[in-house]
Design a protein around this ligand. Structure first.
Ligand code: SAH
Ligand code: MG
Length: 195
């Protein structure tokens, strides 16, 4: 059934996580005993469903701003019987107030807004919480020659490069960059001055 979801996504050009990327994330969630996840960018629910299947104790809040994708995500979550574990919210993530705290924030929405998502949702982390971001390679375009790209695409890639610099220079969080799938980053709060 999940294969069907993957195929629907590919057919409709919906950028779900690659197999390698999602498998890496799943292992990471297991190893770090993550139980609560806030996902920015649901699309049709693929990654949320994969993460929920890891463990019935895992709870996910996931935000999607596109009405059609939200509708599809709701149907898919129901179809897999995961309504108790996955709460899909229809909203622009930058405009909604989320008050609960999570073990993991997973950023996988509009790439040009990553710094804003990071700055906003770092306040929703539990102590030792982690922020994971997807698509930092952006199909191999990051740190590549951009002369042949359209202006829009070039700007988008520049925004991602800026986000990478932002993470590299961040003193509050330490970030690891993993060259798997479309490029993933893992940012942890630096505990040293937290005592
Ligand atoms: N995580 C999904 C893929 C998400 S694709 C998976 O791997 O299965 C990115 C999604 O983010 C798109 O559906 C897009 O509509 C949504 N999005 C982009 N910007 C957003 C925002 N500001 N708030 C909420 N959703 C957003
Ligand atoms: Mg992605």
């Amino acid at each position: 059934m999940l294969d069907k979801l993957e195929q629907t996504a590919i057919k409709n050009n919906i950028p779900i996580m690659s197999k390698d990327g999602i498998n890496y994330l799943i292992n990471f969630i297991k190893e770090n005993k993550v139980k609560t996840i806030l996902e920015i960018g649901t699309a049709i629910g693929y990654s949320a469903i994969k993460m929920a299947f890891i463990d019935p104790e895992i709870k996910i809040v996931t935000i999607e701003r596109d009405q059609n994708r939200y509708n599809e995500a709701i149907v898919n979550v129901k179809e897999f019987g995961l309504e108790k574990q996955i709460d899909v919210i229809l909203a622009d993530a930058l405009e909604i107030d989320i008050t609960s705290k999570f073990d993991l924030v997973f950023i996988d929405a509009a790439k040009a807004q990553y710094i804003k998502f990071f700055e906003k949702f770092k306040h929703n982390l539990n102590k030792h919480g982690i922020i994971v971001s997807d698509n930092l390679n952006f199909h191999g375009l990051v740190n590549s020659d951009k002369t042949d790209l359209s202006r829009n695409l070039r700007n988008l890639v520049l925004k991602i490069e800026k986000y990478i610099q932002f993470l590299e220079n961040n003193i509050e969080f330490k970030t690891k960059f993993i060259n798997i799938g479309d490029g993933i980053s893992i940012s942890r709060k630096d505990d040293e001055d937290e005592n």
